[in-house]
Design a protein around this ligand. Structure first.
Ligand code: HH2
Length: 281
């Protein structure tokens, strides 16, 4: 999933794709680099960012979504917490709603996804961009995130969103310390085990800077390591800025995961055949 922020203030690509023409060109470029989904956002969620009005967000994302859906078959996702924006985006052809609020204050995105048959990303978060850095208290971050995601899954399903169209995201960096983001990555298989498709968004985030000391424009290596870890542990999609490099990292991690699965299956086969020969000893 390629990140397309039509914002002046996103932490990494803010201000670069504010004009619809340059945003559309960037979207098409990421598709050419191998993106399978383009995630269009018009409001930054970085800690401390300013909220924008519905009108402003609509004017940033809708022309871009209309252009992209008319020029490509690649599915478009809308990264928004506003019902008006989610609905207008889906009406303009977006096939996925990426709701970083995890249905906390409102279930509108689940209702819209159910009505239009759109995919729905439920991303774990707490509070708002202004308050989230103070909301990192967890007994066990993975268990608590799992519990909070599960309750929004129940809500979404009870509102009619099909299981196959629900994606879960641990929300790297959203009300998480760097250590907690690493813990969620390292134990991603526990989230995968819930049985829903998992999406992870580690791209260029501050936990990489904290671990490596790298500036935001110099975190491709750390992002590739995070992407590889996530894919190896079962993530079905990764939300990234650097599409072609991450596609390569994901392909290698996915091949390694498949080799490991084959080996595990082979071990079971040989255990079975030994049992057939020697009985249970
Ligand atoms: N991260 C960001 C925004 N949206 N959506 C999902 N599902 N998962 C994420 O991890 C995620 C997300 C924040 O990154 P970015 O869009 O690059 O920056 P900003 O919020 O400053 O626009």
């Amino acid at each position: 999933m390629g990140v397309l922020n039509t914002t002046p203030d996103s932490f990494s690509d803010g201000g670069r794709y504010l004009a619809p023409l340059s945003a559309v060109a960037r979207g098409l470029q990421m598709i050419a680099e191998g993106a399978d989904i383009i995630d269009v956002g018009g409001e930054s969620t970085r800690p401390g960012s300013e909220p924008v009005s519905v009108e402003e967000e609509l004017s940033r994302v809708i022309p871009v979504i209309e252009q992209l859906t008319s020029r490509t078959k690649t599915p478009i996702s809308v990264d928004t917490v506003k019902p008006e924006v989610a609905e207008a985006a889906v009406a303009a052809g977006a096939q996925m709603i990426n709701d970083v609020s995890n249905l906390r204050d409102s279930d509108h995105s689940a209702r819209i996804a159910a009505r239009y048959g759109a995919h729905l990303v439920l991303m774990h978060s707490r509070g708002t961009p202004e308050t989230m850095t103070g909301l990192c208290d967890y007994a066990d971050v993975v268990t608590d995130v799992l519990r909070e995601l599960s309750s929004s899954v129940e809500k979404a399903r009870s509102l009619g969103v099909h299981k196959e169209r629900i994606w879960l995201d641990p929300g790297i960096g959203f009300a998480k310390t760097a250590e907690q983001s690493v813990e969620l990555l390292a134990r991603l298989d526990e989230i995968v085990a819930l049985g829903y498709k998992v999406l992870v968004g580690p791209s260029r985030k501050s936990f990489i800077g904290k671990i490596s000391g790298a500036d935001v424009d110099d975190r491709v290596g750390g992002t590739a390591a995070a992407v590889s870890t996530a894919v190896f542990l079962g993530a079905k999609a990764v939300r990234v800025h650097d599409v072609s490099v991450m596609r390569q990292a994901a392909a290698v991690a996915s091949a390694a995961a498949a080799a490991r699965k084959r080996r595990a299956a082979g071990r079971m086969d040989s255990a079975f055949s030994l049992r057939e020969v020697f009985g249970d000893v």
